[in-house]
Design a protein around this ligand. Sequence first.
Ligand code: AMP
Ligand code: MG
Length: 427
Amino acid sequence: MKSIEDIAAALQGYDPQALSVEQVGEFLAHLVEPVSPQDARNVALFDALGRVLAHDVISPISVPPHNNSAMDGFAFDASQRQPDQALELRVVGTALAGKAWQGQVNAGECLKIMTGAILPDGLDTVVPQELTQVHTVHDVTTVTLAPNTVKAGDNRRLAGEDLMQGQPALRAGQHLTPAALGLLASMGLPEVCVHRRLRVAYFSTGDEILSLGEAPREGAVYDSNRYTVFGLLTRLGCDVIDMGVVRDDPVLLEAAFQQAAAQADAIITSGGVSVGEADFTKAMMKKLGDVAFWKIAMRPGRPMAVGRIGKSVLFGLPGNPVAVMVTFLAFVRPALQRMMGSTTSAPVFLRAKSLEALRKKSGRTEYQRGFVSTAPDGSLQVRAAGNQGSGVLRSMVEGNGLIVLHHTQGNVAVGDEVDVMMFDGVM
Ligand code: AMP
Ligand code: MG
């Protein structure tokens, strides 16, 4: 486990007073470690959605297990065709899905076959029923194929074309999506070995913050950060430990940090990390842990504290509700994914044409709430979604993504393409 000082020393141009978003990402990748595979356990497939594979999965079987037909039609040996000539074949039987057809198909013959039925040895091609002419005379059925209707190998699914027996089908670190569950099931595996879930404790700080149920009071606001953090963590598949609102009181703060560190892999706090903050949060983080206090070249979300308290990783997020969500998406989420053992890469950005001119200062990364839609010509377009104040949560609800204006980027003109990180799939 590297100390904050060690990590900082190894980073090019590390300046805690002016870190770029990229440097923060790099720093966090050094700070956090994946959970141990020793704590992994088997779970039933129905309990595995959203979990992370702890080991490679080697396919115990080939899928499909046999060459089979991709269509309802007639299976035959394509080598008997002559170029540009029609072919007439006698139908000698019907192969149904789920059982092998017993019999011999000779030259001049074909087999009526259903989708998924085993393709007998020697037959390599299936002509779909609708591309043939079928005649029956005195119990003898023949099919005629017009010249060049199909190529050799058409409509044949090869054994093992999805998964080959003995080959890795899924790699450790794979996030188990609905498709991955289906793939595991196709191998006949009822259970899968997954990493343990991360435990993440979170609390809000600030004397002006009210818990739900408390009577409104002058100058006080209801705690929204615990709910957005809860939602973001739950979407990520973490076990959450909600520790409420903690007052600006050294005794209460110390107890909260100690209790969180004793139970959780990560601690997320909000509030109390800005410059000139007259509270005890930063002092307590410094006293109890190995913590760096940063100013990040970004908007929203400039101040942030990061480090360790005991064995827990600490993310001290700013207090503003939108800054909490943006710093979570930009930094905390990828760090937690790494801790979960996930090898999922960062969400891809979409490119969309800006419908508005956007003011942007070079030398910091700016995240604007945006609403992406499809233009009449089918391309993607984006407009800024309402008030961009870092406390305005409403525009986070009204937007469907974050416009990411990168560090070196300047003003955006109408029609310029910008990167957008979509909310879909991450929150
Ligand atoms: P701070 O980072 O503590 O200076 O807080 C910045 C702003 O965010 C202040 O206006 C706080 O009232 C507000 N804020 C802090 N924590 C919360 C919270 N949990 N829920 C809603 N607003 C908050
Ligand atoms: Mg405060």
